[in-house]
Design a protein around this ligand. Structure first.
Ligand SMILES: [Zn+2]
Length: 66
C-alpha cells in the first residue's frame, strides 16, 4: 500500500499496488511511483533508498503545479 496525498480528495489516500500505473527510475536509489487515485487523479510518490522527506515534499509541489 502507498499513502499519498490527493489534491482532489484533499486528504491522504491509501492506494494498493494494483493502482500503480508505472515506475520510473529517476536516479539510482530514487524511484517515482505513479498511481491512479479512485477519482482518476494521477499521483506520484517517490520511494527508494535515497529518498528523503524533503524530496517527497518537492514531488508533491511538482505534482500540484502540473
Ligand atoms: Zn483522489
Amino acid at each position: 500500500m502507498f499513502a499519498v496525498y490527493c489534491p482532489e480528495h484533499d486528504a491522504e489516500v491509501l492506494l494498493s499496488q494494483r493502482r500503480v500505473k508505472r515506475l520510473v527510475n529517476v536516479e539510482p536509489g530514487v524511484i517515482a511511483v505513479e498511481l491512479v487515485c479512485y477519482d482518476g487523479q494521477l499521483l506520484t510518490v517517490l520511494t527508494g533508498a535515497r529518498v528523503t522527506e524533503a524530496s517527497q515534499a518537492g514531488a508533491a509541489r511538482d505534482e500540484a503545479a502540473a
